[in-house]
Design a protein around this ligand. Structure first.
Ligand code: CMP
Length: 139
């Protein structure tokens, strides 16, 4: 079925100039951009966004990282796009993410507290609905 997912190009991806490459891969795959915005996320938005990780030791460093610069937020649409974008992104840990994936090709371990892995993608239909409502309340 046609789904929507929230994609973020994280501050490391924006700072390193990978916005175009990430969007190119999404479009090349055949998915459709339905919303796109460059913005600086605030603490409240990020606390909500990462609510499922609340209490984990990397959450505050993660929020601080996500506030270290602008992010690009996008809503992407297509058949099974939630699973499809996660496949394009590769696994969370960029060291072992498969070459050919966004993280496998564009990210690495910098030895920091937070895993800097260039992109975020919603992990389920429930997360996608919650995250899209949070980032794009007008949609
Ligand atoms: P993402 O899957 O987009 O959302 C949670 C983020 O937390 C994840 O990407 C990584 O950036 C980060 N993360 C997940 N697990 C860890 C971990 N064990 N240590 C540090 N950061 C993590």
């Amino acid at each position: 079925d046609v789904q929507r997912t929230l994609v973020l190009v994280k501050p490391d991806g924006v700072a390193r100039g990978h916005v175009g490459e990430v969007l190119r891969r999404i479009e090349a795959k055949g998915y459709t951009l339905v919303a796109l915005e460059l913005r600086e996320a605030d603490e409240a938005l990020l606390a909500e966004h990462y609510a499922e990780h609340a209490g984990k030791p990397f959450v505050q460093p993660l929020i601080d990282f996500m506030r270290s610069g602008p992010v690009v937020a996008a809503v992407v649409e297509g058949q099974r796009v939630i699973e499809g974008f996660r496949s394009l992104a590769g696994t969370t840990d960029p060291t072992t993410a498969a070459p050919g994936t966004i993280r496998g090709d564009l990210a690495r371990d910098w030895g920091r507290k937070v895993i800097e892995n260039v992109v975020h993608g919603s992990d389920s239909p429930e997360s996608a609905a919650r995250e899209i409502a949070l980032w794009f309340p007008a949609l």
